[in-house]
Write a new protein. Structure first.
Length: 378
């Protein structure tokens, strides 16, 4: 049986990798019912550190098709993907098309499949920030309403779908399976401990050391709503610069952020912020796990901070991962310099020992997804 997986951005490689491992495990257990996964890489992320290194480091299978779409406006990018995905689906004739998250690759894969009457499986269904100015929000909503399989990471995601009239029924399978990113964290965090040398390379200290403990803040910044707005970008960088007076701030520079900092002449405006190239997944896990706190506008990093018990400050006014805020691990600080600084001063009072419940599942989401799809196809 053929399943086509469509990916295009860094977080999707990690999520798809978890499901691919579950497919390999299924094939080992069921010699007479084999799954052939066909991987389409849209090329939405094409920088080496955002793309190729992930496949190499995480030992992911090489894409069967690389579309090489690259950057561009949302309409142009999505249109090019649609045009290139459709003939592949016609050729491979899959039983299901699997898409992840909320990127343009997600939307294009879902649209191409549904036009050919192929069921769509959406991993990370039901997420809502309720901010339709975000292109990701539109992609989430449209993909959910096109999908046959809606795999929700949390109970809140299920509730969001129910509000929109999407429920378990004859035309759709809606299940809370847990978060495939949690599957990956459990799998790769131990690998990172033995392979990653990023703390040593950046002279940031030694994990679990009383003499030389890590002491730094980690920041990530990539969303267009922040990078493409000069005032927001300046305000965030000003806050990071101020934070850097006392404690080093490490900022792996996303290509979009680097481009816009160059446009706004900001590359040299934050001398106390260490700008580094994008890092590999294993290095990123190590940086997150050992940080004093994390400042980010990334959805995935918010969850990883929760799993690593590291205080998180989200550089947005809303989040699709409301559970991390309710639990006390995450604070929405927006983009204003003073608000960011005010909240960060409270980091010492944030308790790393807060009890975490299993709001993101039990680490077996990928296995559940594969079995549900196979039950349907049988």
């Amino acid at each position: 049986m053929n399943i086509v997986t469509v990916v295009g951005a860094r977080p999707q490689f990690i999520k798809a990798g978890a499901v691919s491992r579950a497919i390999w495990a299924f094939n080992k257990e069921h010699s007479k019912r084999q799954i052939r996964e066909i991987l389409i890489h849209s090329g939405q992320h094409y920088d080496y550190m955002m793309d190729r290194v992930f496949f190499k480091e995480l030992e992911l299978p090489e894409p069967d098709y690389h579309l090489g779409v690259g950057s561009g406006s949302h309409g142009r990018q999505t249109g090019m993907m649609l045009e290139k995905i459709e003939p592949i689906l016609q050729k491979e004739n899959p039983k299901v098309v699997m898409v992840y998250g909320d990127t343009n690759s997600t939307l294009a894969g879902a649209l191409a499949a549904i036009k050919l009457h192929i069921p769509v499986a959406h991993v990370e269904a039901g997420l809502r920030s309720y901010n339709r100015d975000m292109p990701e929000e539109i992609n989430r909503i449209v993909t959910d309403h096109l999908s046959t399989f809606l795999f929700c990471p949390t109970t809140q995601a299920l509730r969001n779908l129910q509000k929109e009239g999407i429920r378990e029924g004859n035309s759709s399978t809606v299940r809370r399976v847990g978060d495939v990113m949690y599957d990956s964290i459990l799998y790769y965090s131990e690998v990172a401990e033995t392979r990653s040398t990023i703390l040593k390379d950046l002279n940031l200290g030694t994990p679990n050391s009383e003499l030389d403990p890590p002491n730094y803040f980690l920041a990530t910044l990539h969303r267009a709503e922040n990078t493409d707005n000069s005032q927001r970008l300046k305000s965030i960088l000003r806050a990071l610069d101020e934070i850097g007076r006392d404690t080093p701030v490490i900022l792996p520079l996303h290509p979009r952020t680097k481009k816009m900092m160059r446009v706004y002449h900001l590359l040299s405006s934050s001398p106390r912020v260490r700008l580094i190239d994008p890092v590999s997944y294993l290095n990123m896990l190590t940086l997150e796990k050992n940080a004093k706190a994390i400042l980010t506008d990334s959805g995935g990093v918010q969850k990883e901070a929760y799993w690593f018990r590291v205080p998180c400050f989200t550089l947005r006014n809303e989040t699709e991962w409301v559970e991390t805020v309710v639990s006390g691990w995450n604070v929405l600080v927006g983009t204003g310099t003073q608000r960011i600084l005010k909240e960060l001063r409270r980091v010492k009072r944030r308790r790393r020992s807060l009890e975490r419940n299993k709001i993101f599942g039990d680490g077996k989401a990928s296995r559940k997804i594969v079995h549900i799809v196979m039950q349907y196809c049988r």
